[in-house]
Design a protein around this ligand. Sequence first.
Ligand SMILES: NC(=O)c1ccc[n+]([C@@H]2O[C@H](COP(=O)([O-])OP(=O)(O)OC[C@H]3O[C@@H](n4cnc5c(N)ncnc54)[C@H](OP(=O)(O)O)[C@@H]3O)[C@@H](O)[C@H]2O)c1
Length: 270
Amino acid sequence: MAVRTVAVVGAGKIGEVLLSGLVKAGWPVDRLIATARRPERAEQLRTRYGIRVLDNAAAVEAADVVAIAVKPQDAGVLMAELGPQIPAGKLVVSLCAGLPTAFFTKWLNDAVPIVRVMTNTPALVDEAMTAISAGPHAVAEHLAVVEELFTPLGRTIRVPESQQDAVTALSGSGPAYFYYLVEAMTDAGILLGLPRQVAHDLIVQTAIGSAIMLRDSGEHPVKLREAVTSPAGTTISAIRELENHAVRAALLAALEAARDRAREIADQAA
Ligand SMILES: NC(=O)c1ccc[n+]([C@@H]2O[C@H](COP(=O)([O-])OP(=O)(O)OC[C@H]3O[C@@H](n4cnc5c(N)ncnc54)[C@H](OP(=O)(O)O)[C@@H]3O)[C@@H](O)[C@H]2O)c1
């Protein structure tokens, strides 16, 4: 599928991240369109990126790829308005967390391909993890188009749509778990007598270094952890406490809760 123009319908936070990633990656601005509900938001997007901001119907008409970036609770109203206007030659991409592609097909004409995407906030620094799933009528060429759109924001992976609620729980909400850990470890540093800023700097750089080693060394996390866990040393004393407090079990339960909530949100929107 040759893509000339992409319309981001409902260009709020995540829609803007996509647009700015495409602009940074060199997409010609005359091939990018946004839509917004408020005139001041429309003006902001025009000024920031020099792109066209049109009404929803005109955006859909002018684009080959229609990326839906509204909140899940706004998606029904939007699709009732726009869905029937989208012809089969266009590609619909949903960025809406939790909503299955079946939610959209209720309003779409037969044979309109739809792809579901779940990205995460590190897209703001071009380090997103974006999971892409083919919905009805979407084939390899459609997935390739979506990969092209999201690669400037970080890594992409293809998963079956049945795994998207798990993806939402793991990498969609994932940044929050790491921030929570950093917050808790900063408190621990303060407990041990370090000034807050020193504790923060120590743990943030440790998180960055560990993340890069996880990504680049090709080693299993167990191996990397073993390398800092010497016999009768300090690390194993800390690990024993993590095990005593069932931190691993807490993570398993936490992610199950996030997955279940993703399902509930989808049920409420349906
Ligand atoms: N933020 C993230 O990190 C993130 C990550 C992954 C996935 N997502 C998904 O991305 C979607 C958007 O999230 P967000 O955080 O970007 O929300 P957001 O900032 O509220 O953006 C949604 C935008 O859509 C606009 N809008 C709503 N209805 C519209 C309509 N009928 N026509 C035109 N524009 C309309 C809203 O206008 P107003 O400004 O007037 O409300 C708002 O600007 C959600 O489904 C979310 O699940 C978000």
